[in-house]
Design a protein around this ligand. Structure first.
Ligand code: RET
Length: 273
């Protein structure tokens, strides 16, 4: 009798598949994570090498914030693979997978809070913007990431998931406004309009892909399965992080003077008064 009693918890545990088991049994899903660990590792080595001769203060700040993008990424993807930042959620009524236990890589949304501000810091410095605009872009971006995490995690009601999606998108609009309206003018004054223009288009298009993928993926309408959703984010990450950072660093390493002498737009507008 004692043996049967002891055996019971095991039976209960086996009825629900854990997130780690889901990951272990799905090669396509785990490959979407391993691909980024490998690429982030290569990007780190390459970026350290590319920055070896950068020595003016502003160019070095751009360089270190860009380097932090793959550094955060390798930590983020390792945490997902280790099982630390993944889980399963029971979706609320209304969701396509209501009542089912759904794989949730919530660590992805968490670590955007640390990686995306680095991208914006690098872009803002490149545009020679002022502290107020830089602060606005970064804090609104953090707001976007944290409320995006809430959208992914909330299971009280389906409506609440989309409410947080809406709040996150409102924060995102502020970031888009700064990228599309404010910083291009600053970059023109700083003499970095060309490279800023290229990186702005790349950033805006790729970043728009994330909320679209969220809406279509498992967290939202669940039109895409878990592995496809994960590959979607991994693909966007590869372009929005490593390709973006490579283009930025290549330019900074070759045009250090332009970055070093770029006027701060605060100083520039004060001078114009
Ligand atoms: C979410 C869902 C809620 C609405 C919005 C989102 C936007 C996410 C973005 C993420 C960008 C991530 C990047 C990561 C690279 O390290 C949270 C998906 C607006 C824009 C660039």
């Amino acid at each position: 009798a004692a043996a049967t009693r002891l055996a019971q918890p095991d039976v209960l545990l086996q009825t629900e598949t854990s997130a780690v088991e889901i990951l272990r049994n799905d090669t396509v899903l785990s490959a979407s994570l391993w691909a980024n660990v490998a690429l982030a590792g290569l990007a780190i080595l390459l970026f350290v090498y590319m920055g070896r001769n950068v020595d003016t203060p502003r160019a070095r700040l751009i360089w270190v914030s860009t380097l932090l993008v793959p550094l955060v990424s390798i930590a983020s993807y390792s945490a997902l693979l280790s099982g630390l930042t993944i889980g399963t959620l029971e979706m609320p009524a209304g969701h396509a997978l209501a009542g089912e236990s759904v794989f949730s890589p919530w660590g992805r949304y968490l670590t955007w809070t640390f990686s995306t501000p680095m991208i914006l810091l690098a872009l803002g410095l490149l545009a020679g913007t002022d502290t107020a605009k830089l602060f606005t872009a970064i804090t609104m971006d953090v707001g976007m990431c944290v409320t995006g995490l809430a959208a992914a995690l909330v299971t009280q009601s389906y409506l609440l998931r989309w409410a947080f999606f809406g709040i996150s998108s409102a924060f995102f609009l502020v970031v888009l406004y700064i990228l599309l309206v404010e910083w291009p003018d600053d970059a023109a004054r700083a003499g970095t309009a060309d490279i800023f223009g290229t990186l702005k288009v790349l950033t805006v298009i790729l970043w728009l892909g994330y909320p679209i993928l969220w809406a279509l993926g498992t967290e939202g309408l669940a039109l895409l399965d878990v592995a496809i959703t994960s590959w979607g984010y991994s693909g966007l990450d590869i372009l929005a992080k490593y390709v973006f950072a490579f283009l930025l660093l290549r330019w900074v390493a070759g045009n250090e003077d332009a970055v070093a002498t770029a006027p701060d737009s605060a100083t520039a507008s004060a001078a114009a008064d």
